[in-house]
Design a protein around this ligand. Structure first.
Ligand SMILES: Cc1cc2nc3c(=O)[nH]c(=O)nc-3n(C[C@H](O)[C@H](O)[C@H](O)COP(=O)(O)OP(=O)(O)OC[C@H]3O[C@@H](n4cnc5c(N)ncnc54)[C@H](O)[C@@H]3O)c2cc1C
Length: 378
């Protein structure tokens, strides 16, 4: 079951090799210095990982949604901060491919896939609205052929690094039907980038608030039709959630691998702690749960690749993988004992990095109401 094609194995292998040789050795320093991984992202672009599921004519690898999650699991094992930046770049590129005009695709997608843009951003959340995205307040009003954008966004991944930012704004009635979607270029007049958030984890990923002050956009900056914004946001998030689920699996697997290494080495009461059943059962549970999470991720990606509905499966993968990754990281710290609490070992970084996976791109509570809605609909 889930035999990988030769092409998928090649993507997985390339991502694994890069993650282990070039990311894992620098992940702790990137985290400690909260340093944006610019050089690493450029190298990922050279490997085709900034547009894994993007057509070749737009500079993508055209390797499909399954290859994308395989790559994401590997990159997240090496460096979770780099992985989330890659995840948002891929999500933005795919959203442009799906909803953009030929001109919008030509102008922005090759910049993302080639790494010429350091990053791309997805700006939906606002200071007062995260889960309840349909209540967003950023506004875009018409002025002749132009649009004028005012408002603010919160927690925008790579918002200070992005060549292009997808921004959601209200153009009509209250609620989800009055929202449209715009493409804002990095450095645009009227775009103000706030102070870097000082985060618990993913510290090498940049997270900033954005403010728009009479930011003027041409008609051609509208992505999709007026009022289609919420639909575009949710479509992007379905794919994005599978990516974050894959990121969570990667972080969890890295934590488990570190715990297994440590358990073999650490001696207590005259033998390696890996000999004790209490430790073995923790390892067995985490290995089983992470494998199950991996399968849920592959199923959701497989449905996406086949062009079938996958909203329910994406949320199942996200909630399960993120919660089991958090557990694996917690167990990882426990198995390391006191050393798990020190930054000398990677266990505490994995623990901090995993924490946000149950929050961003829809909290666990949001995933559960999506799943329940889909199940009750059947
Ligand atoms: C590191 C990081 C990076 C991020 N990157 C981005 C990004 O690039 N772009 C972007 O747009 N956003 C981004 N976000 C925002 C993220 O998606 C939101 O934080 C998330 O959606 C939750 O929204 P909130 O923080 O407003 O919490 P709230 O929506 O205020 O939720 C608070 C709590 O209430 C619960 N809750 C809310 N409503 C209900 C309900 N109806 N029933 C039960 N429980 C409920 C939630 O599950 C949560 O536990 C990022 C966040 C972080 C931390």
């Amino acid at each position: 079951m889930f035999e990988l094609t030769e092409a998928q194995q090649m993507v997985q292998q390339a991502a694994r090799s890069y993650a282990q040789k070039s990311l894992a050795p620098v992940a702790a320093a990137l985290d400690r210095e909260a340093r944006f991984p610019r050089a690493q992202l450029r190298e990922l672009a050279e490997l085709g990982l900034m547009g894994v599921n993007v057509p070749e004519e737009l500079g993508g690898a055209q390797a499909g949604a399954v290859s994308y999650v395989l790559a994401m699991m590997e990159i997240a094992q090496g460096c979770a901060s780099t992985a989330v930046t890659m995840a948002v770049n891929n999500m933005v590129a795919e959203t442009l491919v799906r909803f953009g005009t030929p001109e919008q695709k030509r102008r922005y997608v090759p910049e993302i896939t080639s790494g010429r843009f350091a990053a791309a951003s997805y700006a939906l959340s606002e200071p007062h609205s995260g889960s309840d995205a349909a209540s967003l307040r950023t506004s875009a009003r018409r002025d002749g052929d132009d649009w004028v954008l005012n408002g603010s966004k919160q927690w925008i991944t790579s918002g200070d690094q992005a060549g292009v930012i997808i921004v959601w704004a209200r153009t009509g009635v209250a609620g989800s039907k009055g929202i449209s979607c715009f493409l804002v270029e990095g450095g645009a007049r009227g775009l103000h980038v706030g102070k870097h958030e000082d985060k618990m984890g993913l510290r090498a990923s940049s997270t900033v608030p954005l403010t728009f002050e009479d930011l003027r956009l041409p008609a051609a900056a509208l992505l999709g039709a007026p009022g289609q914004g919420f639909h575009i946001a949710m479509a992007a998030l379905d794919g994005g959630r599978v990516g974050i689920a894959a990121q969570a699996v990667g972080i969890g697997e890295a934590a488990l691998a570190a715990a297994v290494r440590y358990a073999r080495d650490r001696q207590a009461f005259g033998q390696p702690i890996a000999n004790y059943q209490a430790i073995r059962f923790m390892i067995a549970d985490c290995a089983t749960e992470l494998d199950a999470a991996r399968l849920l991720v592959l199923r959701a990606a497989g449905l996406k690749e086949a062009g079938q509905p996958f909203t329910r499966e994406a949320s199942m993968a996200k909630v399960f993988a993120s919660e089991k990754a958090n557990k694996a990281c917690d167990v990882g710290v426990q198995i390391h004992g006191g050393y798990g609490y020190l930054d000398e070992f990677p266990a505490e970084r994995h623990y901090r990095d995993a924490r946000v996976t149950t929050i961003y791109e829809g909290t666990s509570e949001v995933q559960r109401f999506v799943i329940a809605r889909e199940v009750l609909k059947d």
